[in-house]
Design a protein around this ligand. Structure first.
Ligand code: ADP
Ligand code: MG
Length: 378
């Protein structure tokens, strides 16, 4: 069956849309990317999304929810047109939406909100839409994140090799896959900052001229400030035992400003700030592997995906930090690393339609397995 997966992550770079063939039931779920595109946000669209996360009002939220639905529908129609596939040929669209607020259960009971009105997508594309995947897990006492680990188990478990499947979007998250037929409990969590802190530092030091470190060029020219790095690696998030998840609320632009200011005060130049932010992502991932994966055997190999995998400076730093564990691009496993997260939500739509639970309670902390998402009929 053909599905569409839609994703807009914390980086606010654009809408990722994937057309994928998904079939089977666990543990034999199969998924293959047929076509993929990213529709970048305009600076106006990005400013509206950002304003939302910084507490814009109800009227703005309402308007953006519907406008985003239109943008998701347009991305879907373009994807299908490029692929030469008619809407009627797809089973459903799995739409993650855009997280505007995410508050895992803690002192409060927790909440999460993804927008991009599914009714608008269903109306304009004419196919069923499964959306709002995180809410049910949070309602069951879970973190609502990450939701990709179970999909990773289905798609990437190897008979003899232990794998770390590492996505580096705005936030970075890992799934650890022990070798062989999957038994035992799944380990997956957000390791901490991904590329969003690097993006924000780049924006600060270039005074808005650049929104990300293209090809890792700035970071490659800078020198990592080890003193600042150690200070920021002491952040309590890194020592919290999983399950755990995080977001822009913690590792967002305020955090990036603190890092750039601290490094600047110690004499770091703009490129040193970018290099230090990049190293923080690499080193916090390596620390998470040492503290939480090594005691379970630890990975034989690591596969990276997400926009962070397109930053060669970050990938090189991660290779250094994880050596001798080889770090490879997820394309080595036949999946376009840019399409990975969107693909996971195409698989989640398939799971929903077949009544298959999509969360891993040991990962999210939910009271039990739950069928994720809400269905809006065609
Ligand atoms: N050519 C490139 N060089 C360096 N970084 C890149 C490149 N292309 C994309 N990126 C990075 O990838 C990020 C987007 O990654 P993505 O996986 O979409 O994150 P999210 O899921 O948070 O939206 C961009 O903000 C940018 O930092
Ligand atoms: Mg993105």
């Amino acid at each position: 069956m053909l599905y569409v997966g839609l994703m807009s992550g914390t980086s606010l770079d654009g809408i990722d849309a994937v057309l994928a063939e998904v079939s089977g039931k666990p543990p034999d779920v199969r998924a293959a990317v047929v076509h993929f595109l990213t529709v970048p946000y305009s600076s106006e669209q990005r400013a509206r999304l950002r304003a939302m996360m910084e507490g814009a009002g109800a009227a703005d939220l309402c308007r953006l929810n519907f406008d985003l639905g239109v943008w998701f529908a347009e991305a879907t129609l373009r994807l299908l047109q490029e692929a030469g596939v008619e809407p009627r040929d797809i089973a459903a669209i799995g739409s993650h939406g855009q997280t505007v607020w995410h508050e895992p259960p803690g002192t409060r009971s927790g909440g999460t909100l993804q927008i991009g009105e599914a009714a608008v997508v269903a109306e304009r594309v004419g196919r069923p839409v499964v959306s709002d995947f995180r809410a049910r897990d949070v309602a069951a006492g879970g973190q609502g994140a990450p939701l990709v680990p179970l999909v990773d188990v289905w798609l990437f478990t190897h008979p003899t090799r232990r794998r770390a499947i590492q996505n580096i979007g705005g936030i970075a998250n890992v799934t650890y896959l022990p070798a062989g037929e999957f038994a035992g409990s799944i380990v997956g969590f957000d390791t901490g900052p991904g590329i969003a802190v690097v993006d924000a530092v780049v924006e600060l030091v270039t005074r808005g001229a650049q929104s990300f470190d293209r090809d890792g060029a700035l970071g490659a020219r800078g020198r990592v400030r080890d003193d600042v790095l150690q200070e920021f690696l002491a952040d309590e998030y890194f020592s919290v035992t999983p399950p755990k998840s995080t977001g822009r609320e913690r590792f967002g632009s305020a955090y990036a400003r603190r890092l750039a200011e601290r490094a600047g005060a110690l004499g770091a130049g703009p490129e040193d700030c970018v290099a230090t932010a990049t190293a923080l992502t690499a080193r916090s991932i390596a620390k998470a592997y040492r503290d939480f994966l090594a005691p379970r055997g630890g990975p034989d190999e690591c596969y990276v995906s997400g926009g962070g995998a397109r930053n060669p400076t970050l990938v090189r730093m991660l290779q250094d930090a994880l050596a001798p564990i080889p770090v490879r691009d997820l394309s080595a496993l036949g999946v376009d690393p840019k399409a990975k997260e969107a693909l996971a939500f195409a698989v989640h739509a398939h799971a929903h339609l077949h009544g298959i639970p999509g969360n891993a309670p040991e990962v999210t902390g939910a009271a039990g397995p739950r069928v994720l998402g809400k269905l809006t009929p065609a």
